[in-house]
Design a protein around this ligand. Structure first.
Ligand SMILES: [Zn+2]
Length: 177
């Protein structure tokens, strides 16, 4: 007998998976998310989070024996689906907002390495560039580049910033320093 997965567990799994289908990467609102059993219930798989994964409707139904979409839905089911879709969209937005905030914080952390006190009137172009590096490379290689550049050309110098950008672009191109 299949036990339904509680909303709390479902959203824990969505959150862990970044509200993205783990098979194709689709996200709300384009995708309606399901929770899929890695080891199927028919083969003894349970509802523990380790056995659950986020799958969009098409990826999940592609695997199902009977497509759910062929079963007529009651009004109550439709209302529940609308509420579920909205909760998924809100959850995905929260994950994205948190990621943006994290990149923003990390970019300013790097700016601080290049120029202590940078949060006061730092150049918008520079922070945009740093944000791009952090998003692409992750924060640690970028901090390392800032330390190397500041060490070589002095903290806060234009030369150091240019050298820092050079290191980051080289890393993005996959070259060695
Ligand atoms: Zn998918």
């Amino acid at each position: 007998m299949r036990t339904p997965i509680s909303k709390r567990v479902r959203f824990e799994v969505f959150k862990r998976d970044g509200f993205a289908c783990q098979y194709c990467g689709a996200v709300p609102p384009q995708a309606f998310l399901h929770v899929d059993h890695i080891n199927p219930v028919s083969l003894g798989g349970d509802n523990s989070e380790d056995n659950l994964i986020t799958a969009c409707e098409s990826c999940n139904l592609g695997k199902a024996a009977v497509p759910l979409s062929s079963v007529p839905k009651s009004l109550a089911d439709r209302a529940a689906e609308v509420a579920e879709r909205e909760a998924q969209i809100a959850g995905y937005a929260a994950v994205m907002d948190a990621a943006l905030q994290r990149i923003e914080d990390e970019a300013w952390r790097v700016a601080e390495c290049l120029q202590p006190g940078a949060s006061d009137g730092y150049s918008r172009d520079r922070i945009n560039g740093i944000r791009h590096f952090v998003r692409t490379l992750g924060v640690y290689p970028v901090i390392e580049a800032a330390q190397i550049a500041s060490g070589r050309y002095g903290i806060g110098s234009t030369r150091a910033f240019k050298y820092f950008c050079g290191i980051c672009w080289a890393k993005i191109r996959g070259e060695r320093e």
